[in-house]
Design a protein. Structure first.
Length: 332
């Protein structure tokens, strides 16, 4: 039953993605396209985090380090060299290599630790990248950051909108296949019972590192798109807020669902934009972060497993075969 629900959800997602592709032909709104582009970018970032939290059971507070690496590499390549497509692809290739290498080393050093020990060490390592970005002013311009030009193809916001949408769809399909593969099943077994999985002969550390590398590379790609969307980068891309955004998006949408990460990204980015606009209308909304917190509390209260997780559980219970319902009633 859950497999059927998952297939229906994937099909619905692809239909919506197809509608979003044709949206620029029927509707023109610069603000809407900028908002949707931000949603697509953070959906990729949230899905990369969901691979760790939702499918492997790893809580990381340093995921922003990979996001920041991608953003800075793109910005530096576009600033120091010509903003052309060859240098764009070189920046993408460099991001994939460096994020894979950094995530491999970080995973090798930290994934032997358990629960909060791992989380705090990743936070410390992310802090090191933040300090490096602040101090290496000749390359990063410190906290002031720097602007840069982008390739001509991305100057048109519609083209960049399509790029981010296509990347989000590709990442979703890739992670869907990855999590349903034998490797993905082992990761889910590790999430459920790491000791049991290890006793079956699996090298748990190796699988965790594999998940960390894939997650880090995808987070770096999200950082690239984020930097291009702003055409500006500073040390905020390494901040704890970036990681917390991914965590909230994953929890609100539904941990371990992928689609939930996309929905969570959409809700948080939309709420942020909406409350910011309301702040211009009335003074009470200037403290929009309070209202944002209230929205988050309400979602957690009424959707304890996230929006997608709660709705999937409700639908599954409602559609259970009568024989199974009768057996549960007798057992109760």
């Amino acid at each position: 039953m859950k497999v059927v629900q998952g297939n229906k959800m994937t099909a619905s997602f692809l239909v919506i993605a197809a509608l979003l592709i044709i949206l620029p032909f029927v509707y023109e709104s610069r603000n809407l396209f900028i908002l949707l582009t931000q949603i697509f970018v953070f959906a990729i970032f949230a899905m990369s985090y969901d691979l760790l939290l939702g499918f492997t059971g790893i809580v990381s507070f340093g995921h922003a380090m990979f996001f920041g690496i991608g953003a800075y590499l793109m910005g530096i390549f576009m600033k120091k060299f010509e903003p052309t497509m060859p240098y764009f692809f070189l920046a993408v290739l460099s991001t994939i290599i460096i994020t894979a290498l950094v995530s491999f080393i970080v995973g090798l050093l930290t994934l032997r630790l358990k629960s909060h020990f791992y989380a705090m060490l990743t936070l410390a390592l992310s802090g090191l990248f933040l300090v490096l970005a602040e101090k290496w002013r000749s390359m990063t311009y410190g906290n002031d950051g720097f602007t840069f030009r982008v390739p001509d193809l991305f100057i048109d916001r519609t083209h960049f909108y399509w790029l981010c949408l296509i990347m989000m769809v590709l990442v979703f399909l890739f992670l869907k296949r990855f999590t349903n593969s034998p490797l993905g099943r082992v990761l889910q077994a590790i999430r459920e019972n790491e000791q049991r999985t290890e006793s079956l002969g699996y090298q748990v550390l190796h699988y965790k590192i594999a998940a960390s590398v894939v997650s880090g590379v995808l987070a770096g790609i999200a950082g690239i798109l984020y930097a291009i969307s702003l055409r500006f980068v500073n040390t905020s891309v390494f901040s704890m807020d970036i990681t917390l955004d991914a965590l909230l998006m994953t929890i609100i949408g539904g941990v371990g669902t992928l689609v939930g990460a996309i929905i969570g990204a959409g809700l948080i980015e939309f709420a942020h934009d909406w409350l910011t606009e309301l702040a211009k209308e009335h003074v009470i909304f200037e403290r929009w972060i309070i209202f944002f917190g209230i929205i988050y509390i309400l979602v957690v209260m009424f959707f304890p497993k996230g929006i997608v997780g709660t709705l999937s559980t409700y639908t599954w219970k409602r559609n259970k075969p009568p024989a199974m319902k009768k057996k549960e009633k007798v057992a109760g």
